[in-house]
Design a protein around this ligand. Sequence first.
Ligand code: SF4
Length: 322
Amino acid sequence: MKTTTTAKPNAKAFRVDYPNDWCPGCGDFGILGAMQQAFAAMALVPHEIALVGGIGCSGKAQYYVNCYGVHTLHGRPLPFAAGIKLAKPELTVVIVGGDGDGLGIGAGHFVNAGRRNLDLTYILFNNEVYGLTKGQAAPTLEMGLQTKSLPEPTIQSSIDGPSLAHASGFTWIGRGYSYNVRHLTDLVVRAVRHPGLAYLEVLQPCPTYNDLHDKEWYSQEENGTSRLWDLQQDGYDALIPQNATQEVHRERTQAFAQMVTRWDSRIPVGVMLENLAISTYTDRIAKRVPPYRDAPPARRTIASATGHPATDLSGMFSEVAV
Ligand code: SF4
């Protein structure tokens, strides 16, 4: 679980005076606002949060939030975030990256992160294009679609983020929409509070390169029903409790599989899965190495007051001496 303090900053505490180069109207702004409001709602303070960004427009989000931030290599924010969390478990660690970064070049890390269930929150900005490099088709763009930046329709099939997250072992899965900041703020809070690996996909229009799925498209209604289908308003139950029976597991898994279809006239948003029955990687390490809980790497003494290393390597060197 993440730490909280008694200090109660508002969202302004997480704003920074740093030049923002996102395009006007970009969905990224809504996600940024939701993160700042969620951190304030959880009464976190800047030094308790680390934001880890990949490469892409969305991978710049950590520059715009007043907290620790790391800009990593393309597709690599998850391993960086895992290292930070293992070294300093009390930090709230949030990953920000695009669909190309996470589900394209970073797909191997994405899948393997699911096997560990570390207490991390992955906010994936899904606009279906590589915006930073002029709008090529990203892994989430459905086959046959042609955004204005493509000379021809894409002939590759798409990846469904929530389905891949489920298959990989993420224990919290949700989806929000960047222009519904209030709902998204609530989802960020729930994802961060989940004591395991959370995947929060955010549908995020890119007005510069994706002219198909824009603000108007997302807000369309059919027969009086809006395209974005709020699961919780519809009574969908995402929870697998800690001591859930096999039957509950089976019911929730079937409900997830039936709900997670995408890009038809109704796109599900809200909490899709909340599985509390899987142990976290930190718990597993602490079981194997009990001192880890009280002395994770960031809290260990690495040097004496005079600057000499506290680690004695002489035994190891004597073993390899020739
Ligand atoms: Fe946003 Fe698209 Fe502009 Fe990138 S290119 S900042 S995703 S509108």
